[in-house]
Design a protein around this ligand. Structure first.
Ligand code: FPP
Ligand code: ZN
Length: 331
């Protein structure tokens, strides 16, 4: 394998093989409760690479549909409780499937949309934040997943949007980054969640000029000499931060961010994380590949404008074309 080239076919084969792994496989067992998000990571990466048919999509959609619980939310796997994160992953998969089929049908043909909206709205807390599940753990990931889900399902009028925004702003720190809850360290993953949420709500103006500039600088500083990015100061580079960090930057500064990053270095770093024997991409070169890092590395390459990969929407982490098609068909 030429180390300077992204091996599309080998990456697709790695994702497809993951779907078919036997239930007894160790890796499969330990990640089984994440299966719905795993399906999103796999299918989205395949869509971005232009190979959606490498997964058995009919079986995938049937599985997702069966994960909807009586409370309206989606579990990560059959037999588990619903969570906000898996609910957003399920909606992302159904959106991809709907855009691939290009039919006039709606998602309501397959799932209970009103139930999803009720579930998400029911997770909003008195302080405006959202819980990750009915047991109450809260963080900005849950707020992002809630707002993105409701936006895509036309259900934002079922929640208190101003309270959600006020809560996110309480998670902002002295360095203008965001943590998972108020008074926690700034982290690129949480910054992505907060900026993407504000962008979806058209509320990026909550951050004044100085805050936007300083946060952009903080994000640009995440690129290491290797070309890879980390998620906070003092940490090692990791392929997934090509998504969390660069998508945050792209949301903040859509027209200027590319001139502030070593694009070629970032691409080469991601390509160097390919596992040459198994296929798939890993956090760092010569490490074990997994579907999470494979997906976010491919999404990172999409953001960076790699010629073999389709454009991606930085707010929703979905192919731009699929998202546009879905939104144009949705009343
Ligand atoms: C590791 O943190 C965490 C990640 C690599 C994921 C970060 C992403 C998010 C928090 C956003 C997730 C959003 C959704 C919608 C699922 P660490 O502290 O172990 O890693 P570090 O050492 O790199 O900081
Ligand atoms: Zn990672």
């Amino acid at each position: 394998m030429d180390s300077a080239v992204i091996e599309i076919e080998k990456t697709a084969a790695y994702i497809a093989s993951y779907e078919n792994k036997a239930e007894v496989d160790f890796e499969h067992c330990v990640t089984d409760h994440l299966r719905v998000s795993g399906i999103y990571w796999g299918l989205n990466a395949l869509c971005l690479m232009g190979m959606p048919d490498r997964l058995n999509r009919a079986a995938t959609v049937a599985y997702i549909r069966d994960c909807q619980q009586p409370n309206g939310g989606f579990a990560g796997a059959l037999g588990h409780d619903a969570t906000m994160l898996h609910t957003y992953s399920a909606i992302q998969v159904l959106l991809l499937e709907k855009s691939l089929r290009s039919t006039d049908g709606t998602m309501a043909d397959t799932i209970d949309i009103a139930g999803v909206i009720r579930y998400v709205a029911g997770l909003q807390q008195p302080d405006g934040s959202f819980a990750c599940d009915e047991w109450g753990e809260r963080d900005t990931r849950a707020t992002y997943c809630a707002i993105a889900t409701l936006y895509l399902l036309n259900g934002l009028d079922s929640i208190k949007v101003d309270a959600a925004v006020a809560h996110l702003m309480r998670c902002q720190n002295w360095d203008f980054g965001f943590g998972s809850v108020p008074d926690t360290e700034s982290h690129a993953g949480q910054i992505f969640c907060c900026l993407a949420t504000l962008a979806i709500l058209n509320r990026l103006s909550q951050l004044d000029q100085r805050a936007q500039q300083q946060l952009s600088d903080w994000l640009v500083e995440r690129q290491r000499d290797s070309g890879g990015l980390n998620g906070r100061p003092g940490k090692i580079h990791d392929a997934c931060y090509a998504w969390w960090t660069l998508a945050s930057l792209a949301i903040l500064d859509p027209s200027g961010w590319k001139s502030r990053i070593n694009l070629e270095g970032a691409c080469q770093y991601l390509i160097s994380t390919q596992n040459r024997s198994t296929g798939g991409l890993a956090p760092r070169p010569n490490e074990r590949a997994d579907v999470f890092h494979t997906h976010f590395a491919i999404a990172g390459l999409a953001l960076l404008g790699h010629a073999s990969i389709q454009a991606v929407d930085a707010r929703f982490c979905l192919p731009t074309l699929a998202l546009q098609q879905y939104l144009s068909q949705t009343p």
